[in-house]
Ligand binder design. Sequence first.
Ligand SMILES: NC(=O)c1ccc[n+]([C@@H]2O[C@H](COP(=O)([O-])OP(=O)(O)OC[C@H]3O[C@@H](n4cnc5c(N)ncnc54)[C@H](OP(=O)(O)O)[C@@H]3O)[C@@H](O)[C@H]2O)c1
Length: 420
Amino acid sequence: MAFVFAVPPCRRGSNDFPRLEPQPRSAPNALLQKENMKTNLPGNSLQLQSLIKQSGELELSLVSIPLPEPKADQVLVRMEAAPMNPSDLGLLFGAADVNTAKQSGDASRPVVTATVPAGAMKAMAARVDIPMPVGNEGAGLVVAAGSSAAAQALIGKRVAILGGAMFAQYRCMAADQCLVLPADATSADGASCFVNPLTALGMVETMRREGHTALVHTAAASNLGQMLNRICLKDGIALVNIVRKPEQEALLKGMGAQYVCNSGSPTFMADLTEALAATGATIAFDAIGGGKLPGQILTCMEAAINRSAKEYSRYGSNTHKQVYLYGMLDPSPTELVRNFGFAWGMGGWLLFPFLQKLGPTGIQALKDRVAAELKTTFKSHYSKEVSMAEALQLSSIAIYGKRATGEKYLINPGLDVVAD
Ligand SMILES: NC(=O)c1ccc[n+]([C@@H]2O[C@H](COP(=O)([O-])OP(=O)(O)OC[C@H]3O[C@@H](n4cnc5c(N)ncnc54)[C@H](OP(=O)(O)O)[C@@H]3O)[C@@H](O)[C@H]2O)c1
């Protein structure tokens, strides 16, 4: 199954949008009435858009767009659940200073504005005055389909989809890119099927491909970190989890993690070196990016390796140590104190280039595992389910905008009002 990230074409439609009631999330697929779904389709659909204007103002709003029309090999999905992942927040807010955010409009159609600092506008140049639809992934019900047999076969099924513009009431998607959810799964169960699960599995695969035998992971109490912990426990891979708070240590230990190091502890460097010596981990995935941590990991890896060195070398050990920065929770500069010899590497890691390297068969194997372990290994946690309009309330932004442990929001566009 190939990954293509295309936004589907839209057509002009009538304004006969019925009020959307909250969708039943676990209706058995077999009982859904196909003809009813087709005749109840509206002419327009609400989509959450983020616009950075040349004036340096960010504007977030719900925009009424014509209902997308599926082509022959596409389906139309009525969106019921989409996670607000850190990467979505990056697109949503761009470089705007969220502390300047103001809200106008009414409760069902709020408009949020904020200021983008002048110095940050250069980095936003490629998106200035272009309305950006938001939302990498989500899940919902297939309510219409193009003429192909593969598309028709999906009508009435709950599917997980990936490809942008998911914070919307309706989204078209190629039939062969839909992951059909198990019959007992809700859209909330399937909303985070792709980004975090495939990234966590991609880390393990990268570890194997590059000849390492154990892993280090930072911001490890995240949804992704908890998934990685479950994968490693299941697959017998040693994992060193780095967190920054005692309650995160307790959370991961309660989930069976053997090695958890707290970067806020005065004994952090010694604790990390100990864990690295015990596991032999020589590859790390760092979600934070900024500050000292990536360099500290290399320092501790080198110290752990040198514990068993037979002789001194002024060039450091010959064992290659690798840190991949795969997130930017801290956007400040990465600081390195180069006391770890010369056998090391630091680079970026992104899911989509990795999947391209993996190829269709490899991707399918990962997706099959995600589908089979959706409610266990790859379970995500959300602190609240909100409509798109509720997601644009300043009180909501103040919570999910922190990207804090256990504070991820799930958008359910079925809770939003009628599009104009
Ligand atoms: N490269 C890729 O292809 C790719 C794909 C998927 C995900 N990701 C990245 O994976 C990371 C985790 O995603 P998620 O959805 O699992 O996140 P999440 O559940 O929202 O959790 C975010 C975690 O990050 C921690 N955190 C936030 N700011 C931090 C900082 N400045 N320093 C240290 N820790 C910080 C939070 O801990 P506190 O409670 O202590 O704040 C929390 O545990 C994100 O960075 C995301 O961008 C990257």
